[in-house]
Design a protein around this ligand. Structure first.
Ligand SMILES: NC(=O)c1ccc[n+]([C@@H]2O[C@H](COP(=O)([O-])OP(=O)(O)OC[C@H]3O[C@@H](n4cnc5c(N)ncnc54)[C@H](O)[C@@H]3O)[C@@H](O)[C@H]2O)c1
Length: 280
């Protein structure tokens, strides 16, 4: 089966790698200068890590890499049985990309978006084939994370959802089917939890260290919520909180003002060297 992965960023390169390791031929397409080279390097170092950890044999890693073809145009994807889009999380970009993909993919292909916060039903409409369309929400880093949320758009056919579920299983993931509601399952629960930890910090419930220690020791969380916010990136977390707040219009999703202030101050977490904690 040939898989087309559109967008060669963090998620696209992880999805392409995972599909190739599972034995699929992959075409990865991106239009930004340098994006494909960066993706190639990221895939090379990720496969290298898996080989060093003895999860993958060197020969299998080499073969997987040789199964990924890079393309700097959205063209000639008619032979792809599955098309997974992972371009920027912006509705205008998704619209442009899916209108183009409609022209260069075959009628029978399974179409999927990896969007985290946009409406799958809306992106499906751009494709002109909403019954063949669903969400396939992978998690970062894709090669390590087991879950794929298979999201049923309002017009997704049952057969499409079943095909996406089977495809996810075939590449070694655990699919969980859910409806197209903001945040799906994981972000619907996780994002408000992270946001609440910031409200608690701002209210002076305890220090950042103690809030995180409490959740690790009392709720058996592997990482505290504030350290996890730093890992996700406060700007990404804020955008996700704002998206839930805008969609539901429910004050329980109100972004913590402290989170907004920290983003304005450039304290974005690990990637900027400082968030709720400092990183060297
Ligand atoms: N990063 C995460 O943790 C995460 C997790 C789950 C889902 N997602 C979702 O995955 C998608 C991609 O996120 P990402 O973090 O990989 O983004 P990214 O910024 O790392 O990569 C996006 C890529 O899309 C490419 N692109 C933009 N316009 C394009 C076009 N017209 N044609 C082809 N390629 C184009 C860009 O050049 C870039 O390489 C988003 O919808 C995001 O919500 C991200």
């Amino acid at each position: 089966m040939k898989v087309a992965v559109i967008g060669a960023g963090t998620m696209g390169s992880g999805i392409a790698q995972t599909c190739a390791v599972a034995g699929h031929e992959v075409v990865m397409a991106d239009v930004a200068p340098g994006a494909l080279e960066r993706a190639d390097a990221a895939i090379g170092s990720s496969l290298g890590r898996l080989v060093r950890k003895e999860v993958l044999a060197q020969a299998d890693a080499d073969e997987a890499r040789s199964r990924i073809e890079m393309r700097d145009r959205l063209e000639g994807l008619e032979d792809a049985g599955v098309v997974i889009e992972a371009v920027y999380e912006a509705i205008d970009v998704k619209r442009e990309v899916w209108q183009r993909l409609t022209e260069v993919t075959s009628e029978g292909a399974l179409l999927a978006t990896n969007t985290s916060s946009l409406s799958v039903t809306q992106v499906a409409a751009f494709s002109g084939r909403p019954e063949r369309f669903c969400g396939m929400h992978f998690f970062n880093p894709v090669p390590m994370m087991a879950l794929v949320e298979v999201v049923r758009g309002l017009r997704s056919a049952d057969e499409t959802v079943e095909q996406a579920r089977a495809f996810a299983e075939g590449i070694g993931k655990t699919p969980i089917v859910c409806e197209d509601k903001p945040g799906f399952i994981v972000n619907r629960l996780l994002i408000p939890y992270l946001n609440d930890a910031v409200h608690a910090l701002a209210e002076g419930v305890a220090s950042a260290e103690d809030i995180d220690r409490a959740m690790k020791l009392g709720a058996n969380m592997p990482i505290g919520p504030l350290a996890l916010s730093d890992l996700v990136g406060l700007d990404v977390g804020l955008a996700a909180t704002e998206a839930l707040f805008a969609e539901f219009g429910d004050p329980k999703f109100r972004p913590a003002p402290l989170m907004r202030q920290m983003v304005r101050a450039g304290k974005l977490g690990r990637k900027s060297g400082e968030g709720f904690f400092r990183y060297d």
